[in-house]
Each structure stands twice: as C-alpha cells, then as structure tokens.
Design a protein around this ligand. Structure first.
Ligand code: ACM
Length: 489
C-alpha cells in the first residue's frame, strides 16, 4: 500500500515521484548553511524529527556525505513570496528549499505532515516533489483572551497548532468589558485593577511586557506574527473600571463578568479620552514588531455616528503615529478610512454595501464571516460549549466557502486574507478551546492557503481524518465530526 499523503492545507503542486521513500534512521542528520538565520530553523527541524523519532537528531553546518540527510537551503528559483517553499524527498535525502527562513518554516511543517509511521515503528517520508505558496498573505486566528484569560503556556500550544496548518497571524483580543489582559506601562491601573476578572467570576490574568515578548518571539520562530487588539470605543468597561476619568461622572464603573455586549463606551468630549487613546496605542505599538495594530470598533450600540467616527479617527491616528497600520472590525467602514486600512468582516447579517464602498476607496478586507469562521459557534444543537447566534458550523461549513466572492461587489484583490475567530464567553480552558478549534481551524487554514481549484471537500475529508493521531499524540481535545470517517482510536 502506498504511504498516505495527507498534507493540510493542500499544496499548490504535489507529485509522487515513484522513487523509494526516505526512511528516518539513527544516522539521519540535518544539514544547513551556518548562516545565523538558518541555525534556528535547523534546530527547529532537528527538534521536530527528534521528537517524532524519539531520539536526538544532529545538525551539521556543512554537507558531509550525501545520504541520510535533511538539507535546508535558501534558493531563489521559487514562486513569488516569502513563504514559498519546495520539498523534494527520496530514498536517503530530503531537500527543503525556500527563498526565506519563513518559507523554510512552511517546508518543515509540510515535512512533519508527510512522515508516516509504518509497521515495526519505521518512520517514512513518501517520495514526493512539492512546490507551494499561499493564496493569501493574511491567514489568521483571533483569540479572545479577555472573556477568559488564556495563559502563555496554553497560547503556545495554540500557536503550535496554527503553525502546523501554516496560519501566520495571531490576533489577540486583549481587552473587553470583562478584563484587561496586557500590561500598558503608561497606564498601570488597567492591569492592576481590571485584570483579575473573567466571565462568570472565573479567575483572570494578564500578560506582562515580558510575557508578551515571549509570545511574539515564540510565534516569530514559527512564522506567526502577533496583531494586538485594544477594543475601542466600545467594549471598554475594563478601562472605565480602572480609570474613572474616562466616564462623564468621573467615577469608575463597576467590574463586569456577564456576557452582554454594547453597553460600555468612551466619550469623545472628555479631556482624558484623547490622552488615554494616545498613551495606550503608542505603548502597544511599541511592544509590537509586526506592522498592524487592531483598534476594535465593533458593537458600539449607544453612540451617535459622528462621535464614533471621531473616536475611530483618534485611535487610528495614534496607531499610525506609532508607525503601524490600522485594522478594525467591519463597523469602522462607516467612517472615513485611510487607504490600506484593514476592515475585518464578521457580521453577515448586515447590508454589505459599506464594505464594498470601503474596498473601492482603498481599504483591504479581512474575511471572518461569523457563519463560517467563528469557531466558538456550536457544531450542532448538541454541542455543549459555544454560542449559536451566527448559526451552527459543522466542519463542512467551515470548509466550503469562497472568500473572494463572499461579499458581492468587493474586488478580489481587495481581500487581504482570512481569519478564524474564537470568542471565549463559554470557553474557560485549553481543552475547551481546542475542542472548538479542531478540526475546523484546519478547514479555515486550507480556505486561506490553497487555491480554489485545489480545494475539494471529499478530498479534505480523507486528509483531515489522518490528522487525528497527531492531535491525540499532543493530548489535544478535538471534535469527532460525523462528517468524517475517523481512524479507530
Ligand atoms: C465581534 O464579533 N463583535 C467582532
């Protein structure tokens, strides 16, 4: 029987070459040029092969002997883009090639997915030639760490899963009515007074500057960049609880652990508001190596349009003054936007005309349709966790949709990418998170990476089934969708 090939997301080109498979042996070594930017990647692949094979794998910085090696190389002859890569495997040798270290990280996870354990504990890689690059530059997951806090160690598990499916943006929803989760040096009361709460009275928490740098670095090593979100001008009860100067009475608001939305707000006419926005967004921008900072902007239900536009503009100005680009939820499309602003589409129940107009005026659209990509929605009526305001999302619903035609009238090149989201009103720990993410996150990852003509539900069904042993080995909780013939456990 030929070895199984079940790579997710589906690569652009994948051919079996008919050669004998590569067999991982005790003599297998990783070989890379001794450039500083390749050393970390070589260690990553050696560590991964070592963990799969249960023994240490050596790294060499010069080719010695052409057999039993996994060779990492930077080359130019690839499709465009930083993430393009090639994997060529055959008896005795695997070549991983990319134009950049980021591309090599993609090659490494593809290799990880190609490893098959054959009877007798032998680990094989089928002889293939893969040449691949992503459809979209932005392939994200947004995690709400405000309703329930997600500790750094759990976040790293999720980042590992994201990288395994070649997702490259971790969007952290860091603030909401129920808690403030990032220490902001210029505004220390935010975490001192507003981080200990979560929904339902569960414990809270926050990321120190060191924690945040740790998350950013862990992500960067795996090709995942962080986009921090500070949600304004609504969803701000944690801020108004910490700083009474942000309320008209000058009195701090009470803490909040319910799950209603839309009641809290900033006030454009208070003198403290402008300084608050400038301080917070410049501090957050300075902690963020990536290009983007997210200003929220969603569900501000008790504000006139003019005041909303004033506050969105103030937040955007602060982000741009700190040298970053602006992302906001779809509601910001009702305000004047600078070209290049990213508008994150989420609520499919409303008239999409403003998003079409924003795209025509130079905004970019990030597709997170609630009915497909909100992975806190229940799978079906019997799912214990999650919510259902955007409907039920079975695996096939998360898979079978097309970002470029989702909103009629939006030009295809205005779509910057696809982002799943997971809101944590009902999700209080890592098993709850992964139960909702897996298998659907892999479906969204394929929507974001693979060209439409390379996507096929029946084929995906068979490939996703092969992922279950990997999740089990990591001890992750996941949902056994009845739409898939899972292997016996
Ligand atoms: C959102 O779901 N309120 C962006």
């Amino acid at each position: 029987m030929p070895d199984v090939i079940a790579v997710i997301p589906q690569p652009a080109v994948l051919e079996r070459t008919g050669d004998a498979p590569f067999v991982l042996t005790e003599a297998t070594t990783v070989v890379a040029d001794g450039r500083p930017d390749l050393i970390g990647i070589a260690v990553l692949v050696a560590d991964l092969l070592g963990r799969v094979g249960g023994r240490a794998v050596e790294v060499r910085y010069a080719e010695s002997g052409a057999s039993d090696i996994v060779r990492l190389r930077l080359v130019e002859s690839l499709p465009p883009g930083d993430e393009a890569y090639r994997v060529i495997s055959r008896n005795g040798r695997i070549d991983l090639e990319a134009r950049t270290p980021a591309g090599l990280v993609r090659a490494i996870v593809t290799l990880r997915q190609l490893i098959v354990s054959a009877p007798g504990g032998v680990l094989r890689v089928p002889a293939v030639r893969i040449e691949d690059s992503p459809r979209y530059d932005w392939r994200g997951l947004s995690i709400d760490v405000a309703r329930h806090f997600v500790p750094v160690r759990d976040l790293k598990v999720v980042i590992g899963v994201m990288a395994h499916y070649k997702l490259n943006v971790l969007h952290l929803h860091l603030t909401d009515d129920q808690g403030w989760r990032l220490h902001v040096p210029s505004r220390p009361l935010l975490t001192r007074l507003s981080s200990s709460t979560s929904v339902d009275g569960d414990p809270g928490g926050f990321y120190s500057a060191e924690d945040f740098a740790d998350i950013v670095g862990f992500g960067a090593a795996r090709g995942v960049r962080v986009v921090p979100e500070i949600d304004v001008p609504g969803h701000v009860n944690a801020a108004t609880h910490a700083y009474g100067e942000l309320t008209p009475s000058g009195e701090p608001t009470d803490s909040y652990t319910g799950i209603e939305v839309g009641f809290s707000r900033l006030h454009a006419d208070l003198p403290a508001t402008g300084a608050f926005l400038t301080d917070v967004f410049s501090d957050v921008a300075s902690m963020t190596p990536g290009d983007y900072v997210h200003i929220g902007g969603d569900e501000v239900l008790t504000m006139e349009a003019d005041e909303y536009a004033t506050l969105v503009a103030a937040a955007s100005t602060a982000v741009r003054a700190a040298g970053k680009k602006v992302v906001g939820w779809q509601e910001i499309a009702h305000t004047p936007l600078e070209p290049g602003t990213v508008v994150q589409y989420w609520d499919t129940r409303v008239d999409p005309a403003p998003f079409v107009a924003a795209a025509e005026a130079g905004a970019l659209l990030l597709m997170s349709p609630g009915s497909k990509a909100y992975l806190d929605m229940k799978y079906d009526a019997s799912t214990e966790l999650g919510l259902e305001w955007a409907g039920h999302i079975e695996l096939r619903d998360a898979y079978d949709w097309e970002p470029s035609t989702l909103i009629e009238g939006v030009p295809g090149d205005a779509v910057i990418g696809v982002e799943a989201a997971i809101w944590t009103e009902t999700l209080r720990d890592l098993p709850a998170l992964t139960q909702m993410l897996l298998p659907r996150l892999a479906a969204i990852a394929e929507v974001a990476w693979s060209a439409p003509e390379r996507r096929d539900w029946e084929d995906f069904r068979t490939r996703i089934a092969q992922q279950a042993p990997f999740w089990d080995r990591l001890g992750l909780s996941w949902y056994a969708s009845p739409q898939v013939d899972w292997p016996q456990r």
